[in-house]
Design a protein around this ligand. Structure first.
Ligand SMILES: *Cc1c(COP(=O)(O)O)cnc(C)c1O
Length: 345
C-alpha cells in the first residue's frame, strides 16, 4: 500500500531544513533581539510567522481542517512545485495528469525535468479511467487532476476519482481552485481515509484575492511537514497573512454574496449565449467561467479585443477546438460582453 518514505526523494529524506529565529524561539517575549530585524515599528518590521498558525486556525474554522493538515503557499502554484520537488526525482520519475487541464502542472514538471504524461479526457471531459489507470507505472510518483477542471469547467465523476485513488500508490493531487462555485462537494472529507491525497484550494478565485498570492494544500501531517521543510522559510508575507485573516473573520458574508452573484450571472450568461447564432455550444460549468464553442473562435476573439473585451482563446487546446473561455464578470461587464456579441451578428 501507500508508503510515504518509499516515494520521498532521498535528498529530501536527508534534508536538514533551515532553522529560522522564529523556529528556534516560538513563545511570547517583550524584547526580540534574535532575528536582526529593524526595531522601529512600521507594522511590517518583523518577520512573519513561518508556519502561519493563526491564519491556519481561521481557515480551519471555515473548512473544518486542522493547522497540521494545512500547508499555505505563495499561491497554489507554490504547492504544485513543492510537491513535485519533494517526490519526483528529475530525469527519472514521472507525473501523470489529464488533458486538457491547468497549464502549471506541466510547467512545474518541465522546470524540474520530470516527465509529464497526460491522458486525454473523454469527449464529455470526464476521466478516461481505463487509460488513466493503465498509465500508472512504478515511476509515477504524483498524479494531478483538477475538479472542477480548467479550462473545461466541469467536475470529474467522483466514482472515477475514487477508483483511481484505490489503484494508485503515489500521491494524488486534486486541484479544487473552483470548488466554491461547484454543485459538487469538496474531497476534503476524504483526507482522513487516504494518506496519499492532497487537496489544493486557493484564495485567488471565490475569495477574490488573487493579488495577495495565497494558496492552500490540505494533506496528512506527514505530507504537510515535508512541504514545510522544503519551502522558503517566510514564504507567506505579513501583509498577505493579515489581509487573509481579516477577510476570513470579518468579510465572510460579502464573499458568499459575491459567489452567489457570480453563479446567478453565470446562468444569465449561459442563457444569453445560447440565443446567439455564432455560439454553437455551451459546455456545462461548475466554475466561475464558461467554455463556449463558437463558429470562428479566432475571429470572435479578435473582434472582442478590438472592443476592449478580453476573453481567453482556448481554440488551440485539445478537445477545445473552436472554444473561448469566458470568465463571469460583474453584471455590467457581462452585459457589455453580450451586447458586443449581439452587435457582431
Ligand atoms: C486559478 C487556478 C489556480 C490558482 O492558482 P493560485 O496560484 O492560487 O493563484 C489553481 N489551479 C487552477 C486549476 C486554477 O485555474
Amino acid at each position: 500500500m501507500f508508503d510515504l518514505q518509499k516515494i520521498l526523494r532521498e535528498n529530501i529524506k536527508n534534508l536538514k531544513p533551515y532553522s529560522s529565529a522564529r523556529d528556534e524561539f516560538q513563545g511570547k517575549a517583550s524584547v526580540y533581539l534574535d532575528a536582526n530585524e529593524n526595531p522601529y515599528n512600521s507594522g511590517i518590521n518583523r518577520y512573519p510567522d513561518p508556519l502561519q498558525i493563526e491564519l491556519k486556525k481561521a481557515i480551519g474554522k471555515i473548512k473544518g481542517t486542522k493547522p497540521e493538515n494545512t500547508f499555505l503557499g505563495n499561491g497554489s502554484d507554490e504547492a504544485i512545485d513543492l510537491i513535485i520537488r519533494a517526490f519526483c526525482e528529475p530525469g527519472k520519475d514521472e507525473i501523470l495528469s489529464i488533458k486538457p487541464t491547468y497549464g502549471m502542472y506541466q510547467v512545474c514538471a518541465d522546470i524540474n525535468n520530470v516527465r509529464y504524461n497526460e491522458v486525454l479526457l473523454s469527449e464529455d471531459f470526464q476521466l478516461d479511467i481505463e487509460n488513466f489507470k493503465k498509465a500508472i507505472t512504478k515511476n509515477v510518483k504524483v498524479a494531478f487532476v483538477c475538479s472542477p477542471n480548467n479550462p473545461t469547467g466541469n467536475s470529474l465523476k467522483k466514482d472515477d476519482i475514487l477508483d483511481f485513488l484505490q489503484s494508485f500508490h503515489g500521491i494524488l493531487v486534486i486541484d479544487e481552485a473552483y470548488i466554491d462555485f461547484s454543485s459538487t462537494s469538496s474531497y476534503l472529507e476524504l483526507l482522513d481515509q487516504y494518506p496519499n491525497l492532497v487537496i489544493l484550494q486557493t484564495f485567488s478565485k471565490a475569495w477574490g484575492m488573487a493579488g495577495i498570492r495565497l494558496g492552500m494544500a490540505f494533506a496528512s501531517k506527514e505530507i504537510t511537514s515535508i512541504l514545510n521543510a522544503i519551502k522558503y522559510p517566510y514564504n507567506v508575507n505579513v501583509l498577505t497573512q493579515q489581509k487573509a485573516l481579516k477577510e476570513i473573520t470579518s468579510n465572510k458574508e460579502q464573499i458568499a454574496n459575491n459567489v452567489a452573484q457570480i453563479l446567478d450571472e453565470r446562468k444569465l450568461l449561459q442563457t444569453e449565449l445560447k440565443n446567439l447564432d455564432i455560439v454553437k455550444y455551451i459546455y456545462p460549468s461548475d466554475a466561475n467561467f464558461i467554455l463556449a464553442k463558437v463558429l470562428d473562435a479566432k475571429q470572435t476573439y479578435k473582434y472582442l479585443c478590438d472592443k476592449e473585451i478580453i476573453v481567453r482563446d482556448r481554440s488551440n487546446v485539445a478537445l477545445c477546438e473552436g472554444c473561448l473561455r469566458i470568465t463571469v464578470g460583474t453584471p455590467e461587464e457581462n452585459k457589455a460582453f453580450i451586447k458586443a456579441l449581439k452587435d457582431m451578428n
